[in-house]
Design a protein around this ligand. Structure first.
Ligand SMILES: [Mg+2]
Length: 232
């Protein structure tokens, strides 16, 4: 009854906030940070301006350097280029990521990744976390020409794994893009918030919720056991 588990990438498998925090602190270690009291304060401000990846990094660097008191266009561009080329070097997964995926694979589940974003950026995070080897298929919105929450990209993900959407579980942090989107595509959903907030008045609820990836195999096993009880 559950043939595949599909995951969002950023803030679901990839601990984007802490990875980016580490990268920004490293990056600004050679930059005059003006009135900011520490590199961790600079990194925290960067993440605030980034709004979980919703703001262009060129704009984030422009605003941040403005607040530091340095609006050197060349420096903004250099920091942005450095981000594009090197942020992946600090990529780290959420605790237990590889073990959880391997456990799901051992129990016969196919594994997919469906991520919104630019191909060259998402691919680097994916490769840095070894997910090209751990997953059976990965779909990145820019490359696919459609993006979450559109049903199309979820159905493409299921098709790429040769399973039907109703036999897929989708795990993600974004209520709108991941949970509401996957639900509309007919998938069962697991919300892994990582700081995301559930919107007031949303018509859909996630079927399950976890606070660590390591809770996922047991949740799925329980669903399968419940279905078996119901059938017997
Ligand atoms: Mg995400």
């Amino acid at each position: 009854m559950i043939d595949a588990v599909l995951f969002d990438l950023d803030e679901t498998l990839f601990d984007r906030s802490s990875s980016l925090n580490a990268f920004v602190q490293h990056q600004f270690s050679n930059v005059d940070i003006g009135d900011f009291s520490s590199l961790s304060e600079v990194a925290a401000r960067f993440l605030e301006l980034d709004r979980r990846g919703c703001v262009s990094k060129l704009d984030v660097y422009g605003t941040l350097l403005g607040e530091i008191g340095n609006s050197d266009e060349r420096l903004i561009k250099d920091l942005f280029d450095d981000y594009e080329a090197n942020a992946w070097r600090h990529a780290r997964p959420f605790e237990g990521m590889s073990d959880v995926i391997l456990e799901l694979r051992r129990s016969g589940k196919k594994i997919g990744i469906v991520s919104n974003g630019q191909t060259h950026i998402q691919l680097r995070s994916l490769l840095a976390l070894n997910l090209d080897r751990l997953a059976d298929a990965y779909l990145i919105s820019e490359q696919e020409g459609c993006r979450k929450p559109d049903t199309e990209i979820f159905l493409k993900g299921a098709m790429r794994l040769s399973v039907t959407a109703s036999k897929c579980v989708f795990v993600g942090d974004s209520p709108e893009a991941d949970i509401i989107g996957a639900h509309a595509a007919g998938m069962r959903t697991v919300w892994f918030p990582n700081g995301a907030v559930w919107p007031d008045g949303a018509a859909v609820r996630a079927d399950g919720m976890i606070t660590s990836l390591m809770e996922l195999p047991a949740l799925i096993a329980q669903w399968i056991a419940d279905a078996d009880d119901w059938l017997s």
